[in-house]
Design a protein around this ligand. Structure first.
Ligand SMILES: [Zn+2]
Length: 143
């Protein structure tokens, strides 16, 4: 079993799901046992705490907040392909991990080699660990 935990979170103001008033919220995303999870918890004085959460499909607004948050910002993934490492293997892992089509996957080994692939830390760590599992050297920054 893989019990690694990598998470990021940020605080913001959003509308209460019950009454619509502006309330403070904490949103986050984490990599739990190789799966991505997200959550948003609001603390409304009238309605009490409300938690919404899910797996792969993080709300776009929350993802943008996490990427824009200056305390962590976007993470970068860079891979080092050796002579014997196959780009086809890298593309296969990318397609399986990210669910992207072949055209998008084809462009990614080059982006990964030059460190141009970014995402939230849990997203990047998920792809990095999948690549390491097939023997590809993958470096995530910041750690
Ligand atoms: Zn409320």
């Amino acid at each position: 079993m893989n019990h690694q935990f990598v998470g990021v979170q940020c605080e913001f103001t959003t509308a209460c799901l019950e009454c619509g008033d502006d309330v403070s919220a904490v949103g986050g995303q984490a990599l739990v046992s190789s799966r991505l999870e997200w959550s948003i918890e609001t603390a409304c004085p009238a309605c009490g705490p409300i938690v919404s959460c899910g797996r792969q499909d993080i709300p776009a607004g929350l993802r943008e907040r996490l990427l824009a948050d200056l305390s962590h910002g976007p993470a970068t993934l860079q891979i080092a392909l050796g002579e014997s490492d196959s780009r086809a293997v890298v593309m296969k892992v990318i397609r399986a991990s990210l669910g992207v089509d072949l055209a998008a996957a084809k462009a990614m080994p080059a982006a990964l080699q030059s460190g141009r692939h970014t995402g939230t830390l849990p997203e990047v760590e998920q792809l990095a660990s999948a690549l390491r599992a097939v023997g590809i050297g993958a470096q995530v920054s910041p750690k």
